[in-house]
Design a protein around this ligand. Structure first.
Ligand SMILES: Nc1ncnc2c1ncn2[C@@H]1O[C@H](COP(=O)(O)OP(=O)(O)OP(=O)(O)O)[C@@H](O)[C@H]1O
Ligand SMILES: [Mg+2]
Length: 226
């Protein structure tokens, strides 16, 4: 029997401006099994990034529950939520957000050091992980000396360094050409097998979504099976 990692119920997120009250997520429900990959598609502005931000503990919902391994992160205080973000979740975004003046391995090692690991140990693990992602000969390159696909693989290594149980990827291939998108997509979808992580990926790219165990579509503030 598979273990459930996520149970999201009645999730609501509104954004109020002077002119209007936008209800972006409107009672969204979702359950995900551990080790599963899920693709989320949907029109621009449908709320995919908003949703991933909530699941990753970067924002708080107006209503609903986000139970992660049976604990509702909606009830977490700031400290517990910070801990959840840094230890449980790995984020990959459309833009890599690597630090310009740090080498690939330093960028990857940073979250581990911030979580209290020694520089030596973090740098060793970063080198190992980058090697596994095919970047063993790019450890000392700064981001500007990496290709777009290499930068995104470095960002994936950074997302993985603290051994997250859940990887959230928001249009991770949106900025890449088709060949690099294929490589980065293939890599992300190998994570459940090779690292035992659960993967949720928001994408506009049907060929990326087709590799997921399951695809949903965000429509009218809710997720529908696609
Ligand atoms: N902080 C905010 N304040 C007001 N409105 C917001 C805020 N964040 C998001 N929105 C609105 O919420 C809606 C959903 O945005 P979101 O970024 O989640 O969409 P998306 O599905 O990720 O779109 P895309 O495919 O273009 O990335 C948009 O209409 C956006 O304008
Ligand atoms: Mg988005």
């Amino acid at each position: 029997m598979s273990e459930e990692i996520l149970d999201i119920e009645g999730l609501v997120r509104r954004f109020s401006t002077e002119a209007e009250d936008l209800v972006i997520l409107d009672g969204l429900n979702l359950r995900v099994d551990a080790g599963q990959s899920l693709a989320i598609m949907g029109a621009s502005g449908s709320g995919k990034s908003t949703f991933l931000t909530l699941v990753g503990g970067l924002d708080r919902p107006d209503a609903g529950h986000i139970r992660v391994e049976n604990k509702d992160i909606v009830n977490f205080d700031e400290r517990a939520l910070g801990d959840y973000r840094s230890r449980f979740v790995g984020f990959v975004f459309q833009f890599h957000y690597l630090i310009r003046d740090l080498s690939a391995s330093e960028n990857v090692a940073l979250p581990a050091m911030m979580a209290g690991e020694s520089r030596k140990s973090a740098m060793n693990r970063a080198a190992e992980l980058l090697g596994e992602l095919g970047l063993g000969d790019r450890l000392n390159h700064v981001p500007s000396k990496l290709s777009g696909g290499e930068r995104q693989r470095t960002a994936i290594a950074r997302a993985l360094i603290n051994k997250p149980r859940l990887v959230l990827a928001d249009e991770p291939t949106g900025n890449l050409d088709a060949a690099n998108a294929g490589v980065v997509g293939g890599l992300l979808f190998s994570l459940p097998k090779s690292f035992g992580t659960t993967l949720i990926i928001a994408t506009h790219d049907g060929s990326i979504a087709a590799q997921a165990d399951r695809t949903c579509r965000l429509v009218g503030g809710k997720l529908e099976s696609a």
